[in-house]
Design a protein around this ligand. Structure first.
Ligand SMILES: *Cc1c(COP(=O)(O)O)cnc(C)c1O
Ligand code: SF4
Length: 463
């Protein structure tokens, strides 16, 4: 009997001959995450056992909150010149210092200037750039859209609830540096403490607005909420009939995955809210914030596996940062690795105009180029949308959807017909522009001329 003809011909080594040659094993790097006691190379953690290192209380207790502690942990592991540069960097920084031992152990201290994790959390004075002339604190106008203190209602059907103002670590690039962290020499902040009455006012507002279906619980960071507080917020919002979706936002999995593995009350409280929501046909998920593939380790994998087993969806929002993830292969590796640990890449944000971090911002063109490269490398639902949250409160826009983008002045113009009238402008960092345009940005009259020109060019698209 003749066997059915199939499309695979067997070649001499016995393997089926497919149309494409197999990929080089190095392109599967997303599967190879750091394992073993990597922290023991840091002098202060040389004798720290795995049990200690996985204990979230140990992580919190040994978190670095000032330069003296940084020096004590590193000893001679980092050069004195670098540490002095960091000391001066912290002095000038608008953001407080907070780095977990886990993060500290993932930094390559032989090359601290180029290390992508160091760049995000530890400022160095020698690399700071002047702020963009168009930059203001709270560039997203979150406070202007707050009907109740700590609740931003900008979009029709969703709102952002800022439950508290602390985080497990402090990121240099934080959009909410106007509120998050302790006051620094540079900035006196607008505080949002845990406060039962303020929370109640926010819940009352949400229940008074039938159109609100989706609540983001952020801050600060949901990791800092106690288990009872997770339950309190979760149940209060689930009890509102029109609330259908909730997201707890936390950077935790990226900076201290240990908590998911060893803080049972917290993890159980979250699981209960997710399960109660599911019974009511409401979606409760975790939104997190990984920016670089090095932030995903064997510990992260174990933590994400635990959440996956409990049926908890985790989505990721990254911030595009110069020298961190503004490289197409780094971004591709990040996205593939997130998929590998069952985290859905949701957004990549253009870096907001935030004080003191011009060295981390990059151009809209960079976002467009990286998006083009990444799309097609993995599942569509694991391919993030690149967005610009343009100053002025227009909300997040697809980076490609600008009405006008002048690569010379670095101005992109967006509109947001379902959110707010007007034009929303984003500004590429001045140091990336042609020299003659850098000169124009130094002159306030020229600044206005460039802005007017960009808006005029955008107008015809609007008619
Ligand atoms: C980002 C954000 C949301 C959520 O927006 P999605 O695009 O649905 O993720 C809601 N409110 C505010 C103020 C936000 O900044
Ligand atoms: S964890 Fe989030 S809110 Fe906290 S400092 Fe970092 S970016 Fe800001």
């Amino acid at each position: 009997m003749e066997t059915a003809k199939i499309n695979l011909t067997v070649v001499s080594d016995g393997k089926p001959n497919a149309l494409k040659p197999p990929v080089d094993e190095s392109t599967l790097a997303h599967k190879h995450v750091v394992r073993g006691p990597f922290w023991q190379k840091i002098p202060a953690y040389a004798a720290v056992t795995e049990t200690e290192f996985l204990d979230h209380k140990w992580q919190a207790k040994h978190t670095i909150t000032n330069v003296a502690k940084l020096m004590a942990a590193l000893g001679s592991f980092a050069s004195p010149e670098f540490l002095e540069d960091a000391r001066r960097g912290f002095e000038k920084a608008p953001m407080s210092v907070r780095v977990s031992p886990y993060l500290l152990s993932l930094i390559d201290w032989a090359n601290p200037y180029t290390d992508p994790l160091r760049r995000q959390f530890i400022p160095v004075a020698s690399r700071l750039l002047p702020d963009h002339p168009k930059l203001g604190l709270d560039s997203l106008h979150e406070r202007a859209d707050m009907p109740v203190e700590g609740l931003t209602h900008r979009y029709v059907d969703k709102a952002l609830f800022l439950a508290l103002d602390t985080c497990p670590v402090y990121c240099r690039f934080c959009t909410r540096s106007y509120a998050v962290g302790i006051d620094t020499d540079e900035v006196e902040k607008f505080h949002l403490k845990v406060n039962a009455e303020r929370w109640q006012r926010a819940f009352t507002y949400v229940s008074s607005r039938n159109e609100l279906e989706d609540i983001v619980i952020s801050g600060g960071d949901a990791y800092q909420l106690r288990a009872e507080q997770i339950a309190e917020i979760g149940e209060a919002l689930l009890a509102i009939p029109h609330v259908k979706r909730m997201r707890f936002a936390t950077k935790g999995p990226a900076v201290m995955p240990q908590k998911i593995l060893t803080d049972e009350p917290w993890c159980d409280a979250l699981t209960r809210v997710v399960e109660n929501g599911r019974k009511q046909h409401k979606e409760v998920v975790l939104h997190t914030h990984f920016n670089h593939p090095n932030e995903i380790t064997g510990i992260t994998e174990a933590a994400m596996n635990k959440l996956f087993e409990r049926g908890i969806t985790v989505r990721n929002q990254s911030v595009l940062q110069r020298g961190v993830n503004d490289d197409k292969d780094v971004m591709k590796l990040l996205i593939k690795r997130l998929g590998h640990v069952n985290v859905h890449p949701y957004y990549v944000y253009q870096h907001d105009l935030v004080q003191g971090v011009e060295d981390l911002r990059t151009t809209v063109q960079t976002a467009l180029d990286i998006e083009k490269y990444v799309r097609g490398s993995t599942a569509g639902f694991n391919t993030p949308t690149f967005v610009v949250d343009a100053p002025g409160g227009g909300g997040k826009r697809d980076a490609h959807s600008y009405e006008h983008y002048d690569r010379n002045s670095g101005i992109s113009v967006y509109t947001a017909p379902s959110v707010k009238k007007g034009f929303f402008l984003y500004f590429d960092p001045v140091d990336t522009l042609p020299v003659d345009y850098q000169r124009r940005w130094a002159d306030p009259k020229e600044q206005q001329a460039m802005v007017d020109d960009a808006i005029n060019q955008a107008q015809p698209q609007q008619r």
